[in-house]
Design a protein around this ligand. Structure first.
Ligand SMILES: [Zn+2]
Ligand SMILES: [Zn+2]
Length: 287
């Protein structure tokens, strides 16, 4: 144990030295404009201020309606979300999926082919946003962090699961258990782009299962990059609750506000609502 600890300690010391040397050679720069920044910041202050962050003290599910501060578990809901009886205890994002945030997320998910891999600049910004969303959770940390899974065929085609990268980053930052395969996507669902609320719900209905004979711990966070109607995260929450979870919280970098937040209870009445501003949801990729 102590040898292992010493090895880890020396590795961290070496990593620190290496990082220090790298900082001298390549000083940390803003991912947006290349201005010098502190090593712990992805963006400089002006670039950061352009991100359309969401208000705090809003409903823990829709983040659109102001509610009094939560006293426990961060699950104060507006009257409408309370009525929906979502399988999600809460669903929290850091920013609105618009403006600079939408373009950062697009660059993170669809890196230019010439890069030969992920683009580190958008990755650092989206990582920072999802950490902020996780910091908005009121209550204890979860027992497990899982990503919204891609279907294996989509994973092969894309080469990485954006939600998986975010889930791993959040777990590592908070010292939490991470399981990328606890949830499975049973079928490669169609793109959610252009689908209305009911079609989105039907598209992902029953699309997720946990691994056979796997028991979920009590509290689980499910990570995704963007939440629109909530149908995908709600289906994941159903699967985790069937496996024994009692609290499931969705954590996302960004969300569309005023969207058709849905009730996706497979046996339910399909109650939902039109967007607060009457708008249609923005695009969500095929997975
Ligand atoms: Zn900048
Ligand atoms: Zn609400």
């Amino acid at each position: 144990m102590s040898v292992r600890w010493r090895m880890q300690g020396s590795r961290q010391w070496l990593t620190g030295l290496w990082a220090g040397a790298l900082d001298l050679a390549l000083p940390p720069a803003c991912a947006g404009c290349m201005a010098p920044v502190h090593a712990s910041h992805a963006l400089c202050e002006p670039c950061d201020r352009r991100l359309p962050r969401l208000a705090v003290q809003t409903c823990a599910l829709c983040q659109a309606v102001p509610v009094p501060p939560a006293e426990d578990a961060g699950a104060e809901l507006c009257a409408h979300c309370d009525f929906l009886r979502s399988p999600l205890t809460a669903c929290l994002a850091a920013a609105s999926f618009s403006g600079d945030v939408a373009s950062w997320i697009h660059r993170f998910k669809y890196p230019r082919s010439g890069l030969g891999g992920l683009d580190p600049a958008p990755r650092s910004v989206v990582d920072a946003l999802v950490m902020e969303a996780a910091d908005r959770v009121v209550g204890p940390l979860p027992d497990l962090v899982v990503p919204v899974p891609l279907h294996p065929s989509r994973l092969r085609a894309r080469g990485f699961n954006p939600a998986g990268l975010l889930a791993r980053a959040v777990a590592r930052e908070n010292g939490l258990r991470f399981d990328p395969v606890a949830l499975r996507r049973l079928r490669a669902t169609e793109s959610q782009t252009g689908l209305d609320r009911d079609a989105r719900r039907n598209n992902v209905r029953g699309a997720f299962r946990t691994q056979r004979r796997w028991r979920a711990p009590s509290c689980v966070w499910v990570l995704d990059d963007v939440v629109t109607t909530g149908s995908t995260l709600s289906e994941c929450a159903h699967a985790l609750r069937r496996a024994g979870a009692t609290t499931v919280i969705g954590i996302c970098a960004a969300r569309t506000l005023g969207t058709d937040w849905v009730r996706s209870d497979p046996g339910g009445t399909g109650l939902g609502r039109t967007g607060l501003d009457g708008s249609r949801s923005e695009s969500e990729p095929a997975r």
